[in-house]
Design a binder for this molecule. Structure first.
Ligand SMILES: [Fe+2]
Length: 160
């Protein structure tokens, strides 16, 4: 299926059922895009909250890369094949790269939205893993949702 078709099917409410492997692979791609995006924010954030956000973004990209590795290795464990090139990540990811025009509030707001996107994908992964009797994958993703919910709470609180 062409990339555009696959994305529009996703947005239209999954007219084509995704497999657990596809969902996990999309997570690997989205986490890789986020890893680069949060570095962008870490480097280019400006203003009175520079020190706070510069440090927070570093904490977040470290966590994002740990999650990326964990999902990819879980995918290998269940005999899947995680994407492992930047080209594939950009083709598969549903999260957009940084625009380079975000001010500090837009950076935080965008991360809240991206974490919500990931959280929904983790929930979808849990449901597919449950159906497949794959408790380990469901447990892994459940912990990730809790982590992201905490970050979303903090980032929303920062925005006021
Ligand atoms: Fe740094």
């Amino acid at each position: 299926m062409a990339k555009a078709d696959s994305k529009s099917a996703n947005k239209a409410g999954k007219t084509n059922k995704s497999s657990l492997e596809q969902v996990l692979n999309e997570q690997v791609a989205n986490l890789n895009v986020l890893y680069v995006k949060i570095h962008n924010y870490h480097w280019y954030v400006k203003g009175e909250n520079f020190f706070t956000l510069h440090a927070k973004f570093e904490e977040l990209y470290d966590e994002v890369t740990e999650k990326m590795d964990a999902v990819a290795e879980r995918l290998l464990t269940i005999k899947g094949s995680p994407a492992a090139t930047m080209k594939e990540y950009l083709e598969i990811a549903t999260i957009h790269e940084a625009t380079g025009k975000e001010d500090q509030r837009a950076m935080v707001q965008t991360l809240v939205e991206d974490f919500a996107t990931l959280s929904e994908s983790f929930q979808e992964g849990i449901e597919l893993a449950d159906k497949a009797g794959d408790e380990a994958t469901a447990d892994l993703l459940t912990g990730f949702i809790a982590d992201l919910e905490k970050h979303m709470w903090m980032l929303r609180t920062y925005l006021g």
